[in-house]
Write a protein that binds this ligand. Structure first.
Ligand code: PXP
Length: 237
């Protein structure tokens, strides 16, 4: 059974809509911990559209669970990671215009840059995972670049039409098997939700799933009734 790390970026997305203090992703992360998850993930994007530097630092201080910091290869973010020292750094590609991380790292093309980032993080004592598409060439390149772990991009599987989903799942299975055989720890994530997660969770080599949007989205809905009742009680006091 894989571990579950919950990505709380989108709690910060709601906060940043007003540039205020609430809802606080740190408070959400502490509830994630109470609920029994195995870890918390945040993505400190170069454009700081959701998670802020303060969130990462306070999370590191408050959270008992392992903290996984997703990040691009920008020098400034690398420096923050080396200072904060998360339990895992997951390197992802970052494009300013994208809505969310689109596609895995092209480790084959950027091998030298990725390898430099890995060395820098490793020297700070931080294990590194690379977010890659389920392609044999990328997995091999990840291993050669010095990563101990990969996170398989499940977006194509999650977005596939029904008749293509089986084939996308098979790609994930094969990639997970190859990665496991070459000694890499295997994580998976992106676009996983309450309907599509089970077949991925059953891939034997997958040790951890990273899930964010679906959980935060559901929390908004299942928490709505209570939130309205609490406000009604105040308004009609
Ligand atoms: N893994 C990585 C590397 C990601 O970039 C993201 C999105 O931030 C996730 C997992 C979580 O994806 P989702 O929010 O779709 O569950």
């Amino acid at each position: 059974m894989p571990r579950l790390t919950v990505n709380v970026d989108h709690v910060a997305t709601v906060r940043e809509a007003r540039k205020g203090r609430a809802p606080d992703p740190v408070a959400a992360a502490l509830l994630v911990e109470l609920a029994g998850a195995h870890g918390v993930t945040v993505h400190l994007r170069e454009d700081r559209r959701h998670v802020q530097d303060r969130d990462v630092r306070v999370l590191r201080e408050m959270l008992a669970l392992p903290l996984n910091l997703e990040m691009g290869l920008a020098g400034e973010v690398l420096a923050i990671a080396c200072d904060v020292r998360p339990d895992l750094a997951t390197l992802v590609p970052e494009r300013r215009q994208e809505l969310t991380t689109e596609g895995g790292l092209d480790v084959r093309r950027d091998r030298a840059r990725v390898a430099d980032g890995i060395v820098r993080l490793r020297e700070a004592g931080i294990p590194v995972s690379l977010f890659v598409d389920p392609e044999p060439g990328q997995i091999e390149a990840a291993r050669e670049a010095g990563a101990g772990c990969i996170e398989l991009h499940t977006g194509e599987y999650a977005n596939a039409r029904d008749h293509e989903r089986g084939e996308k799942l098979e790609r994930l299975r094969v990639a997970a098997h190859e990665a496991g055989r070459s000694g890499l720890e295997v994580h998976a994530g992106h676009g996983l939700d309450y309907r599509n997660v089970v077949p991925v969770a059953r891939i034997p080599e997958v040790a951890e799933l990273a899930i964010g949007h679906a959980i935060v989205g559901r929390a908004v809905l299942v928490g709505m009734e209570r939130a309205v009742r609490e406000m009604l009680a105040l308004v009609q006091l």
